[in-house]
Design a protein around this ligand. Structure first.
Ligand code: ARG
Length: 588
């Protein structure tokens, strides 16, 4: 159990003994560390409810605690706050329990929940771009956080693979290579195993095709038909589309791999293609859907809505299904296949209306019960210095690949400027630059609240000072090197002794904060809590290391205890960085 939950339980029991609520006993980390380590503010509210004097009540709570010798200070402050400071022996023994255990103090939930996190959303035939960065790193981080808490998490990439771009590409390729066997309606296969296109072809073909579809009526109509026929599973189109999908997945996976982002499911919009007709029949038959100008729609507006929520479009008048339809059907599929308690979507916040409609429609249609959580945890935008969505110099959308490459190049430069890793082999140096560059990029993103926009400032992200990924990696590497040096001198980490002063005491207190931070990040779907805490822990370590000269210490047990703190701190920082999808090099 964490220190906060243990103290809260103890204080709660003291409130209950006075005829009050256990929840009044909630203990938090003190807002005023110079006055106390922890505080309990429940006496104020409880006294008000019970018509009692808050200071007297707070005194009574203190008197009701089983063992006050465990505290070096328990006192009532102001109108009735209880200030709590642990005795140094007790503090050390809490931290020692974590050090000698094999974890970091996180208590997995007793009843794990199974959930799906949807955090990819790339589209077939298009390279990953800047818009995919936030869902990828936030989603991957959230998946790891939820797993650390004992949940069973399924990550789904949810590929965009069933929409009009597919038909546009088919029509475009037919114009370019009409003799390919896929276009002959009489030919039902088998078809060539080799794909007729590569990712590089798409980079040129995709914009051309979508341009033509926007400007050329005849082409647009052919593309629309191709999409419709693909959705009806015309064999040649389906075979061609399968090539598009395979080629794209290879390219997309390579970038996600490099980022350390992975998915359990490579499902897509097409995964639920077979469910669409029966679903539309069902919602029409049950009266949940109605026909409007030939289209199938579901009304989702509610009387209390502040903004108008338009009906959800399930099928257009030509029978074609759309993005909304696929997301509704995907919910059905996820309920049927995976029996999940929650579906969390890390998708651009600008899609909030879409998800509101989809969730309401799915509920109205009885596809998903109230017991299953549906949540769009929307992400903010990556902006340029002008505060508008980041663009390349020529006004295009930056590719994720090039953001990664830039970050790694800049990291290599910074390492050189700081004379870091200079004496290592070329190969090791480039591996380090790789890890540092990726950490810069990811921390630059994850340090911001999920829903906020942020300004992409690579110069700041790659700095070794301040709140950055490189600073955190450097701190962890320093802990490793201290332990390595100690071990070369025959010194080993040992039992934690009571703090000798404020620096080791503060580090111990910081180490004990981890469990609540992880829970908070999970609860708010907000890895920035972890990002910030990892920085604070590293900074606390740095103050400790500056003042407690471990390797020069003459008292053997103090020295072993300090090394024990380094050991635990490294374990915790490594754990936190892993939750932030960052990997620590051996040395720098
Ligand atoms: N492919 C979509 C897009 O590019 C994002 C998909 C997000 N996930 C979902 N289940 N809708 O906008």
């Amino acid at each position: 159990m964490s220190i906060l939950s243990e103290l809260s339980e103890e204080f709660g029991a003291a409130f209950v003994a006075l005829g009050l609520d256990a929840s009044d006993g909630e203990v938090a980390v003190s807002q005023r560390p110079e006055l106390a380590q922890y505080q309990c503010n429940g006496a104020l509210g409880a006294a008000k409810r019970a018509g009692r004097n808050p200071r007297e009540l707070a005194e009574a709570v203190i008197a009701g605690l089983p063992d006050s010798s465990r505290f070096s200070d328990l006192s009532v402050a102001g109108p009735g706050f209880i200030n709590i400071t642990l005795a140094d022996e007790v503090l050390a023994s809490y931290v020692e329990t974590i050090r000698t255990g094999d974890g970091v103090g996180v208590m997995p939930r007793e009843a794990p929940a199974r959930m799906i996190i949807d955090y990819g959303g790339p589209n077939v035939a298009k390279e990953l771009h800047v818009g995919h960065l936030r869902p990828a790193v936030i989603g991957e981080s959230l998946k790891r956080i939820m797993r650390a808490l004992g949940n069973e998490v399924i990550g789904d990439v949810h590929l965009g693979d069933w929409g009009s771009p597919q038909g546009q590409l088919i029509a475009e390729l037919e114009d370019r290579q009409p003799d390919l066997p896929y276009f002959d309606a009489a030919n039902v296969g088998p078809y060539p195993v080799e794909p007729p296109v590569a990712m590089d072809d798409f980079n040129e073909m995709y914009p051309t095709a979508s341009n033509r579809a926007a400007t050329d009526e005849e082409f647009k109509e052919r593309a629309r038909q191709a999409t419709a026929e693909l959705q009806k599973r015309r064999p040649g189109y389906l075979a061609l589309w399968q090539h598009f999908r395979d080629v794209s997945i290879d390219a997309i996976k390579a970038v996600y791999d490099e980022l350390g982002v992975s998915f359990d499911l490579w499902h897509g919009e097409s995964t639920i293609a077979e469910l669409l007709d029966p679903l539309i029949e069902r919602v029409l038959a049950s009266g949940v859907a109605r026909i409007s100008e030939g289209a199938v729609v579901i009304d989702v507006a509610l009387p209390d809505d502040k903004n108008e929520i338009p009906p959800l479009l399930m099928a257009k008048s030509d029978g074609a299904t759309l993005y909304t339809t696929w997301d509704v059907a995907t919910i059905q599929d996820r309920v049927d296949q995976f029996d999940v308690a929650a579906m969390i979507y890390i998708v651009d916040a600008r899609q909030s209306l879409h998800f509101e409609q989809v969730f309401r429609a799915a509920r109205r249609a009885g596809i998903v019960g109230e017991d299953v959580l549906l949540e769009h945890a929307g992400n903010g935008t990556v902006n340029g210095a002008d505060g508008k969505p980041l663009k390349t110099r020529d006004g295009g959308t930056p590719l994720l690949r090039s953001l990664i490459d830039d970050a790694i190049d800049r990291a290599a430069q910074r390492l050189a400027e700081n004379d870091l890793a200079s004496e290592y082999s070329e190969e090791e140096r480039s591996e380090i630059a790789h890890l540092v560059g990726l950490a810069a990029l990811k921390y630059g993103d994850l340090q911001n609240h999920r829903a906020s926009d942020y300004i992409f400032d690579l110069d700041r992200f790659v700095s070794f000072e301040g709140r950055t990924g490189p600073y955190l990696l450097y701190s962890a590497v320093r802990m490793k090197s201290i332990l390595r040096k100690a071990s070369e001198q025959g010194l080993t980490p040992g039992v934690l002794a009571p703090a000798t002063g404020e620096f080791d005491r503060n580090l111990m207190l910081a180490l004990l904060r981890l469990p609540e931070i992880v829970s908070r990040a999970a609860e708010h779907r907000a890895p920035n809590h972890i990002a910030l805490y990892a920085y604070e822990l590293a900074a606390e370590f740095s103050r400790f290391y500056e003042h407690c000269r471990i390797l020069d210490e003459s008292d053997g047990s103090t020295q072993a205890s300090w090394l024990g703190l380094v050991e635990l701190c490294l374990r915790q920082v490594t754990f936190l960085l892993d939750l932030l999808v960052m990997e620590v090099p051996e040395r720098m």
